[in-house]
Design a protein around this ligand. Sequence first.
Ligand code: NAD
Length: 382
Amino acid sequence: SASNIVASLRSTFATGRTRSLDWRRSQLKALHNMLSEQEARFLEALWRDLRKSKQETAATELLMVKGEIAKLSKELTHLAAPTKPPKTFISRMDGLAIQPQPLGVALIIGAWNYPIQLVLLPLAGAIAAGNCAVVKPSEIAEASAALLAELLPKYLDQDCVRVVCGGVEETQQLLEQRFDTIFYTGSSRVARIVMAAASKHLTPVTLELGGKSPVYVSHGIDLELVSRRLAWGKFMNAGQTCIAPDYVLCPPDLMQPLADALAARVIEFFGENPRDSPDYGRIVSDRMFDRLSGLLSETKAKRVVGGDPDKAERFIPPTVFMDVKPDDALMREELFGPILPILPVRGGVDEAIELINAGEKPLALYAFTNDASVRRREDSGV
Ligand code: NAD
């Protein structure tokens, strides 16, 4: 049960095993070995869950975690070492040091869109900081969750790191336990549940949420370059990326040329028929597919590129709309799929900032401009 798991991790933590820098280094190394030795299995799991291409899985799941492990291993001694704060009048007679301490037992709850790195990055951090951890992968990326549940116990110290699979019920049982820190990635709806549960124990939380990340394109910029970067960032993982460009704001006379450039990039990247492209992913679940195809039938905007979705394959083609109004269905919530609306803003960067600030705070903002005064604007609220 959840309470037994947490109790056993807590008793290991109390022995001090995870405080040793050698233990931390050996666990980080084991995690790295797992990613190298089992690469083929990870590639297969992500193909099954999201039809992620090998290149995409290697770069955005495995290499990211390996890079983090390398960085943490290199800096470990330094990160764990005490620092000396300056003395004040009150402390002038004392020896002062700030000693970084492990928190204890961490709970890591992941989302399905990058099902490996979203749990292994925080796990690497938890281990480097000398903690025990429970990893709860997203049940929606089923193959990836099953693979983590199989492999993590084979590579890591099972007294210190445990995997719990399951959905709402299993997660809620975990959330009833007292953890020393909770790292959650996912929607803000569930984040409220996580934070409320954490508050009962005054457990600190880190919440990695979503949002509608805007793009602003201004005059005098190379639209080929802009379209290349947008098509890459938007259509990677079929748009299911938390910091993917969500919508584009640009002066009205740039809208058509930008739309044309994006349509050309879609063909260049994924061919005339993206369904046949080995580089183009699928939507993770029927629920997400229905949400996105609902938006496609609801929007009143003009479609520039894209075709019919196919439910059997959960395929939604790379789709671009232009002349989108701020009150269109596409602007209601985070799109989190391969749909890119372009909105004209007559009033330039001021109107763009006003429009962005009228919504919730986004995760990221992308400005394509050669104009230093646009680049320096700090009132965009992000
Ligand atoms: P999800 O459905 O996989 O849910 C996330 C986790 O919450 C899962 O482990 C799930 O089991 C658990 N969960 C679901 N319902 C629950 C409940 N009622 N009680 C307790 N636990 C519950 O993923 P999602 O929510 O669809 O995630 C997508 C969102 O995550 C998007 O908004 C995206 O932008 C965001 N995201 C953010 C980041 C980031 O780093 N900031 C990264 C990836 C995704």
